[in-house]
Design a protein around this ligand. Structure first.
Ligand SMILES: Nc1ncnc2c1ncn2[C@@H]1O[C@H](COP(=O)(O)OP(=O)(O)OP(=O)(O)O)[C@@H](O)[C@H]1O
Ligand code: SF4
Ligand SMILES: [Mg+2]
Length: 441
């Protein structure tokens, strides 16, 4: 009997060759479908939409991003809904593997394809798009001049060509239009004009993001030339050096000529931030920007990000598993667990009044300066297998407060105040309820 149940347990974690073949066939069908969708040629109206709340710059709604692996479908992001209000910093926290990076990569359309695909849901983003003529070309804005009769005409250069007006960055000016786009439905080609220009990303490990065989200046200029069309060689160099100065590099002219290996970790991260800022993005996505750095450099980089957010009047989506970083930086906090958002609110809501047992556990496992404990708290158990997620609350098997109800359907989001929501049966009939205080450090 014991042998039988042991065999069944082992069977649960293995798949037969025929099952594997079946999965591979289904995966290839699904992948082909999503890849075709990304390559389709569509009119901009097909992916324009409306914001639910005009104060937001990004709204994720019921986003599902899956990886079609040979062992089955990994539901890395499984129905994520949250917003980034314009001008704010939103911290996304949760333990390793909960889908923080995949959420941000979905926003950039950088999920590792072909196995990784945005399957459903929306990512609404307030974008400034280039207006296009009937043939899909950008419409330049020309310099004007007044002729002898006092009529305004287009200014011509020495070859008789109309002169395109320069913008504040030194590039060509084109007619623009503000539209809300759904990035989840946008073809790859259309996304190219948003990625880097409107939304920039700072990755965790600058050494793997910077190219070791090109100088820092080269890499900055490359991004400038790509996104600021019509910029001259001199202007792009000027802009690159200006950005290095902005991120606090003391000797920008000499760093401009250096290779990545000649810089310290903190300097490399500053260079990454300089690259991200080159095109004046509205939104910066920082995925664990300080994890690879020591504490003093970490504090400097966080100060820099805060400073820059004010200077560019932008928004930051800050991904981290470090609650201390979030407490210092974020206006709003989104807590993720196993591909879902389980609690969200203002930083005060989450730090002073955490409600979900997982958030409470996360807070308890954070070391404090004044707390005298022999051993740090550790949330017992493991995250469920992402290939076979249960129907009930994903935290149930680790939860100390679970009740009979918790074995039913996955709990819906409950709004406990205007800003604070939680997905847990414990708060079903409570609105505006307060649990114990857990002071922000
Ligand atoms: N390229 C990939 N192929 C298959 N599965 C992947 C891939 N990238 C991520 N995943 C899976 O997606 C899930 C979410 O991963 P993600 O990288 O978003 O986690 P994370 O929250 O950013 O974790 P960390 O804090 O460690 O960076 C994990 O289960 C991971 O195994
Ligand atoms: S719904 Fe139940 S199992 Fe899930 S976190 Fe709340 S109390 Fe725990
Ligand atoms: Mg990550």
């Amino acid at each position: 009997m014991a042998d039988k149940s042991k065999k069944e347990e082992i069977k649960k974690h293995y798949i037969s060759a025929s099952e594997s073949r079946k999965i591979a066939k289904e995966n290839s069908k699904a992948i082909n479908y999503y890849e075709k969708q990304k390559k389709r040629k569509v009119n901009v109206d097909e992916f324009t939409t409306q914001m639910k709340d005009d104060k937001n710059i990004v709204e994720f709604e019921d986003l599902h991003t899956y990886f079609f692996s040979d062992a089955g479908t990994v539901k890395a992001v499984n129905g994520v809904t949250f917003s980034v209000p314009a001008g704010s910093t939103v911290g996304v926290v949760g333990e390793s593997g909960c889908g923080k990076s995949v959420t941000s990569l979905s926003l950039m359309q950088l999920v590792q394809a072909p196995s990784g695909q945005i399957v459903s849901g929306s990512i609404r983003f307030k974008a400034d798009l280039f207006k296009r003529d009937g043939r899909g070309r950008k419409i330049p804005v020309y310099e004007k001049t007044t002729d002898a009769e006092g009529n305004e005409t287009v200014k011509l250069d020495e070859k008789g060509k109309p002169v395109i007006k320069k913008n504040a960055l030194g590039g060509n000016t084109y007619e623009m239009e503000s539209k809300v786009v759904d990035i989840a439905k946008m073809p790859t080609e259309a996304m190219r004009s948003i990625r880097g220009r409107e939304i920039a990303m700072i990755f965790q490990e600058p050494m793997t993001s910077l190219n070791p065989v090109f100088t820092i200046g080269n890499q900055l200029n490359e991004v400038g030339k790509l996104h600021i069309e019509g910029i001259s060689k001199e202007k792009v160099k000027e802009r690159s050096i200006e950005m290095l100065k902005l991120v606090g590099i003391a000797d920008p002219e000499s760093v401009y000529k250096k290779y990545p290996h000649e810089l310290s970790g903190g300097m490399r991260q500053r260079v990454m931030i300089a690259i991200a800022l080159l095109c004046n993005p509205k939104l910066i996505v920082a995925d664990e920007p300080t994890t690879a750095l020591d504490v003093t450099i970490q504090a400097q980089i966080l100060d820099l990000l805060r400073d820059i957010k004010t200077k560019i009047n932008g928004s930051i989506m800050l991904i981290t598993h470090d609650l201390g970083v979030v407490a210092e930086m974020a206006d709003y906090v989104v807590v993720m667990y196993a591909g879902k958002v389980i609690e969200m609110g203002t930083a005060e809501d989450i730090f002073d009044n955490p409600m979900h047992p997982y958030t409470i556990g996360l807070q308890k496992s954070k070391p404090t300066v004044d707390g005298e404990v022999d051993k740090l708290y550790c949330i017992p158990g493991y995250v469920p297998n992402p290939i076979n997620m249960p129907d009930y609350c994903y935290f149930r098997d680790r939860c100390e407060k679970c009740t009979e109800k918790c074995s039913g359907e996955y709990p819906a989001f409950i709004k406990v105040s205007d800003t604070h929501s939680v997905a847990c049966y414990l708060y079903e009939n409570k609105t505006g309820g307060k649990t114990k205080k857990n002071g922000r450090k």
